[in-house]
Design a protein around this ligand. Structure first.
Ligand code: BGC
Length: 393
């Protein structure tokens, strides 16, 4: 806490020297799928002088949502008069440490970091703390006390929405003696969010598993067994194929597959399409509203996704940064000023044992084929004549 107060004072003091800063915005990523690295001049030196220089460190362009996060953060901070440095680190923690170190050397005034591995950024975080640079953990918590604030969605609720969706769709409360078969796929163990998503879902599903209403035929229920390194689609696909060939090849019916997000749901859906012997529709959950998954929802291959409006996540982040930069008191009342549904939470997340991290948590929503229009209404997606959604550019 003491460190945070000092950081804020430093920020106020540093703002005066920012007029001398250049206005270069660097955006880099060497992902195979990524656009070529680019560096552009923002051309508005007076605006950047008024704001400051913000380092935005994203994990990878190979998972769809981070492209949106990076773009929205970059656009919104620039529009508010900040200079930005945006990097993607190819899902490589060593590269992310390097990228953040470069930002610090480049004189950023504040860091926004979506961690690849919440426990692998200590070197960079300690340097940020030594330089009194505030750090906002963006979407994924970083387990280091240099973090000043956390902006995310209510990650536990994402999981409970997925679990409750399965309960409601299968009408498990009225199942009587019927047993439904289910399998589980969780996220990346290095991502602090993954256990919240899985924990939320399992808190809803476990009573039904214990009552025998749900049966995990593979017996694979613990997080480490069902986790998916780097949220990788092919890894989720391979495990799903193994589960299907080992436990369902004899015609056993599979009713539902809990997937913590869309990149894993994509792999599981592919496995079911190609390797599942049954003819019933398997209920599949997801999270994010990735384009391919929304297509699958239209086609009845995936059943739902938990949508998190990441444009709103960047609006909340910008509001928080403005408050930090101007030395405002940061408390629950700030959450009411963003114009986005969001709660201030000082209890749920810790950067180390006993060190609570003040958090601004946005609200996730369930999307099915019945309310796809809600996504179009955000202005962030368009619906083609074929009924499929594309992210608006
Ligand atoms: C995010 C999810 C995303 C996953 C993989 C998580 O930290 O909260 O929205 O699906 O990372 O990118």
């Amino acid at each position: 806490m003491k460190r945070k107060v000092i950081s804020m004072l430093m920020i106020a003091a540093m703002t005066a020297s920012l007029a001398a800063c250049g206005s270069t915005t660097a955006s880099t990523d060497s992902d195979a799928s990524a656009d070529a690295a680019q560096t552009e001049e923002s051309g508005d030196a007076s605006a950047s002088a008024a704001g400051g220089k913000i380092g935005i460190s994203m994990p990878t362009q190979s998972l769809e949502r981070w492209n949106r996060d990076g773009a929205y953060l970059d656009e919104q901070f620039k529009a508010a008069g900040y200079e930005t440095v945006l990097t993607y680190s190819d899902n490589d923690s060593g590269k992310q440490v390097n990228d953040i170190q470069n930002m610090l050397a480049d004189g950023v005034d504040l860091l926004i970091v979506a961690a690849i591995d919440g426990e692998a950024l200590n070197t960079a975080m300690n340097e940020a703390a030594d330089a009194n640079i505030p750090v906002i953990a963006y979407d994924r918590l970083i387990l280091n006390d240099a973090v000043s604030y956390y902006v995310s969605f209510d990650n536990y609720t994402v999981g409970t929405l997925q679990g409750q969706f399965i309960v409601d769709q299968l009408d498990l409360d009225n199942a009587g003696d019927t047993t439904y078969n289910i399998e589980l796929t969780a996220g990346d163990p290095a991502d602090n969010n993954a256990t919240y998503f899985f924990g939320g879902a399992m808190d809803v599903l476990t009573p039904y598993i214990e009552a025998g209403t749900l049966n995990v035929v593979s017996g694979q229920t613990d997080f480490d067994t069902v986790a998916t390194a780097q949220w990788n689609t092919d890894t989720a696909l391979e495990r799903a194929q193994n589960v299907l060939s080992s436990y369902y090849a004899d015609g056993t019916q599979l009713d539902a597959w809990l997937c913590s997000n869309d990149s894993t749901a994509l792999g599981v859906s592919q496995a079911i399409t190609s390797d599942y012997a049954g003819s019933n529709t398997v209920l599949i959950t997801g999270q994010d509203g990735d384009e391919a998954n929304l297509r699958n929802i239209v086609d009845g291959i995936q059943t739902m996704t938990v949508y998190k409006n990441v444009s709103n996540e960047s609006i909340v982040t910008l509001g928080l940064v403005e408050a930090i930069m101007s030395g405002e008191t940061i408390d629950a009342s700030l959450a009411d000023t963003f114009g986005v549904e969001c709660t201030y939470d000082t209890e749920s997340y810790e950067t180390s044992e006993g060190n609570k991290c003040p958090s601004f948590l946005l609200v996730p929503n369930v999307i099915t084929k019945d309310n796809l229009q809600d996504l179009v209404d955000t202005g962030l997606y368009t619906m083609g004549d074929d009924g499929y959604l594309s992210a608006a550019n």
